[in-house]
Ligand binder design. Structure first.
Ligand SMILES: [Zn+2]
Length: 214
């Protein structure tokens, strides 16, 4: 009985989901998801195939404290870690505003960030360069990007509506959600690091406060 209750990952073949905990699952991309992302966040390329990716479903608490279901696409190498991380975040009621596939925003990173949308896979380059982003490989996750903006070495900020959150001191920042900003000593930072991720807020020349990668 006990073994059943403490539910392991039930690895089921084909497109059925591996279940970590109830509502925390990952699976090969279902046909409807392939259809949704093709030509949007996914383009045929030599770096990443559908088979390298997993469709992840989790639950989270939104900014009003309501439980919501979220979806992400990540590399199969980090699918298990991803559900574990989001389960830990759920347990501590970590507030996430929304979590939809970036395809809902036409794979437009700026639009997704503006909506404070938490997301992972997007076959794209690093903003302002022609280098492939870790997001293109499904190896990076952005959390609440509007309140955790990206600021490059030239001071360019994304998203543009995240400006008030440049001030990272919770006491000084005048943003409505300043209390939810990711900090070095935040629980979320510690959780991601425990699973081997690095945090963009630790970068030296630019700061990407929303960004965790492996
Ligand atoms: Zn990112």
């Amino acid at each position: 009985m006990l073994a059943m209750i403490s539910s392991f990952f039930h690895q089921i073949p084909m497109t059925q989901a591996a279940v970590y905990k109830k509502s925390f699952t990952f699976q090969k991309l279902p046909a409807r998801i392939k259809k949704k992302i093709t030509g949007v966040s996914y383009r045929k390329n030599r770096y990443i195939s559908y088979d390298d990716l997993r469709y992840v479903r989790v639950r989270y608490y939104n900014f009003s404290g309501k439980v919501k279901s979220g979806e992400l696409i990540v590399n199969k190498k980090i699918a298990k870690k991803t559900v574990k991380i989001f389960y830990e975040l759920y347990r501590i009621k970590y507030p996430i505003q929304r979590m939809k596939l970036v395809d809902v925003y036409g794979a437009d990173d700026e639009a997704s960030m503006r909506a404070n949308n938490t997301s992972a896979f997007n076959f794209r380059t690093v903003a302002g360069t022609n280098r492939l982003s870790k997001h293109a490989l499904g190896l990076a996750i952005d959390i609440n990007p509007r309140i955790n903006p990206y600021i490059n070495s030239k001071g360019v900020l994304a998203p543009k509506n995240g400006k008030v959150y440049r001030i990272r001191d919770k006491e000084k920042c005048r943003g409505k959600y300043a209390r939810h900003m990711i900090q070095k000593n935040s629980k979320i930072t510690k959780i991601f690091k425990k699973y081997g991720f690095t945090w963009g807020g630790d970068w030296k020349y630019s700061k990407d406060y929303q960004h965790f990668q492996i």
